[in-house]
Design a binder for this molecule. Sequence first.
Ligand code: KIV
Length: 302
Amino acid sequence: MSITNLPVRSGSASAGIPVTKVTMPALAEMKRQGKPISALTAYDYSSSRLADEAGIDLLLVGDSLAMVVLGHENTLAVTVEEMLHHTRAVRRAVRRALVVSDMPFGSYHGTVAEGLTNAVRFVKEAGAEAVKIEGPRFELVRALTEAEIPVVGHLGLTPQSLNRMGGYRVQARTAEAAQKLKDDALRLAEAGAGALVLEGVPREVASAVTAELAIPTIGIGAGPECDGQILVYHDLLGLTFAPAAKFVRRYADAGSLIRQAIEHYREDVEHRVFPSDRESYHMPQGARTEMEAERANELGKA
Ligand code: KIV
């Protein structure tokens, strides 16, 4: 695994612990060594910091941001500016994980030059260490690689193709479609992609692609044989409002926890039990005596 040692952080759970930065070549090394890669989406400072401190290898500022953070119906509306804004917040939080930014819909669907210009912004203005693009865009992957921008590819169920696919459907279910996906994966790797997200494909297909590729595959709804797994932060923690997809494992019910805590706070405010005297600031004794004397004086005059 590769090696950029960063200064230790003070005043946190990770205080005093030196870190070894995860890089794109480190992910390839993990695949070679058969070490599973843990990945999670990330959108803001506090959650990214927790995920980084929990040892997640790759944090993806996913365009799922559009849905889980901004409340859009799908991922298509999120803009480059919004993705940059959130990538900066994640970047500030993370010391160890590889920070990858999703390029949003429309930011790389025109010319290769446009895609390149937008990708440079993610690296230069927001500190992304790689960008992720959906679909078999070999020419763009080659151009980004030549421009020293590491690329994560994304095949299978590509949410930015929602309108073409006619819904979020499992892809590559026929032998022919599976062969096409495998060919695309090999060509993306050959064009320079450093890793590949496989989303919403049968386990057998993901397993075969993973076995053939030298670069790591990171699965979401693609079975356990991928080199790594990624989940959406809000799905993992139970912070969503719709039934979860089949592939989601909910590791906590943070939604209920947060709702209960906020209800408790509201009740305390309504019953005037928050804040208490211990949660209040006090004047120094001298100033307090002076203020009380002045008040008594004013009341005497009235
Ligand atoms: O935007 C996203 O969340 C993704 C997934 C791979 C998790 O692209």
